[in-house]
Design a binder for this molecule. Structure first.
Ligand code: SF4
Length: 491
């Protein structure tokens, strides 16, 4: 039950969960250098969600350890089970919560079931199999079968329950997964990088793996290549960025058409992208200016939203107001940041009014944002507030998606066209290093506390504002580069 790490040959629920996400991750968890791990806000968000779900499920504080099981507490935390798997392998599991259910165990006329909290909208194998491992060891511990397990979700806002039967099929899947996990952990070298590198953004090993991907010229390093395209290219013997850059675009297009017409067109773009990344030189795709709206604008509003995706709540609309001096220069010293919080207790109508009033103060200024999230969110809010299409039209005309303009007008020597990658390439530095949207969400939750009467530390709110303001400034760094290129008329 203590915090002693499991012995080297032991398979744990945590390793199994890592392995289900990415085989390499489980290997690194066991054999990687812990000093190279990077903290991610994702795990803290997960624990925060879990805590909220458990409080919604069991309003009474759970008991701790085996003593709580012995007295039949409704909920029990803090247990670590050790036992043997069907193949004789040493197993350990640390169920985040046990819930009392009817049955008969060695502790009395009741039994327990393991409970897990999920993030996201659906239950997956990543929940079911670790839960099954917990159940297997709980059966040995309580000397009674576990027939049903529980996955809870909804982050405590609304309690969602998924009941999972410990069926023969699930037990078999668990045995299979444990066997494969053991074999992977015995390898001398780590398994390949995840096929879908989007998973890496949430992973604490991402810095290590990004380094490997870059130095190996991994195909996933080419912007536009996900798991599926990578598989197709590998089938065509294109193994890495260098192979792709060296490929003949027309031949590759013909070869890729066998996977579907659309892949032929994509092939040319991928070769061009790989070449661009090899050369390190941006390439202009259009002779038209990328941001004509800036030519005569008296100023711009840079706009960025922070959201809680699970709650479907855009909690902060941040604007960085950048005026232009009478000499036509952008007056960075006069720029002002304006955060507008959307609090449930204020209601959306009042939030909309504040946003609309602020934006209308700068009537003929373009509103620049990076990606479609901001324009979609703002226009949807306008719709919900009963603003007619006709009234929305002027706002719609002012919204300019800088990301879309980059994609239309430029090919960049980068593996991602996200704001972080593009603005960093332009030399922009965020005030807080290593911070992302998940951090901002975590700070938001800390600040929200338990409602208007019991807010958390105001530092958290300051950090969110700083992060949001920096995202606005980063958007300007990219727009400013586009503007310069428009003026220069070339790369
Ligand atoms: S960073 Fe990506 S490839 Fe590396 S272990 Fe994590 S998920 Fe797997």
């Amino acid at each position: 039950m203590g915090a002693t790490p499991p012995a080297d040959n032991v398979l744990t629920d945590r390793l199994l969960r890592s392995w289900l996400r990415c085989r390499r991750r489980a290997w690194l968890d066991r054999h990687g250098d812990p000093a190279l791990r990077q903290w991610t806000a994702h795990r803290n968000l997960m624990l925060d969600d879990q805590q909220r779900c458990f409080v919604a499920l069991l309003p009474q504080k759970p008991g701790r350890g085996e003593a709580a099981c012995a007295v039949g507490a409704d909920g029990v935390v803090g247990l670590r089970f050790k036992g043997k798997g069907p193949g004789g392998e040493a197993l350990e599991a640390h169920p985040p919560l046990l819930r009392r259910v009817s049955g008969r165990s060695r502790w009395g006329d009741f039994a327990y079931q393991p409970v897990l909290a999920r993030q996201g909208r659906r239950m997956t194998r990543e929940h079911q199999l670790p839960l099954a491992l917990m159940a297997l060891l709980l059966e040995q511990e309580q000397q009674a079968p576990v027939t049903e397990m529980l996955v809870v979700g909804g982050g405590g806002r609304r309690l969602e329950r998924d009941r999972v039967g410990l069926s023969a099929g699930l037990r078999k899947q668990l045995v299979d997964a444990l066997r494969k996990l053991r074999l992977d952990l015995q390898r001398e070298e780590p398994p390949d990088l995840a096929a879908d590198r989007r998973k890496c953004t949430l992973c604490s090993w991402r810095q290590v793996c990004n380094g490997v991907a870059a130095s190996d010229g991994h195909l996933s390093e080419v912007s536009g290549i996900g798991a599926k395209r990578r598989e197709m290219l590998q089938e065509l013997n294109i193994r890495g960025l260098a192979d792709l850059a060296a490929a003949d675009p027309e031949q590759l297009a013909t070869a890729m058409q066998r996977f579907g017409e659309q892949h032929g067109d994509v092939a040319r773009t991928l070769v061009a992208q790989a070449r661009c990344q090899r050369s390190g030189q941006p390439e202009r795709l259009s002779s038209r200016p990328a941001l004509p709206e800036l030519i005569a604008a008296p100023g711009v509003l840079l706009y960025d939203i922070e959201s809680d995706p699970d709650a479907r709540h855009d909690f902060l609309h941040g604007f960085w107001c950048l005026p232009r001096g009478s000499d036509g220069r952008w007056d960075l010293a006069a720029a002002r940041y304006q955060p507008l919080l959307v609090l449930a207790e204020h209601g959306e109508p009042r939030c909309w009014q504040r946003i609309a009033r602020y934006v209308s103060r700068y009537d003929d200024w373009p509103v620049l944002h990076y990606g479609e999230t901001e324009s979609l969110a703002l226009l949807r809010m306008a719709q919900r507030q009963g603003i007619s299409e006709q009234q929305q039209a002027p706002l719609r005309r002012r919204l300019v998606d800088v990301h879309a303009r980059i994609r239309q007008h430029w090919r960049l020597p980068l593996n991602s066209y996200g704001l972080k990658a593009v603005a960093s390439w332009r030399g922009f530095q965020w005030g807080q290093s290593g911070v992302d949207g998940a951090h901002a969400l975590l700070w938001w939750r800390h600040w929200q506390g338990e409602g208007p009467e019991r807010r958390g530390s105001s530092h958290a709110l300051r950090w969110i504002f700083q992060y949001n303001r920096d995202d606005c400034r980063a958007t300007w760094a990219v727009a400013d580069w586009l503007r310069h290129q428009d003026q220069a008329g070339g790369s």
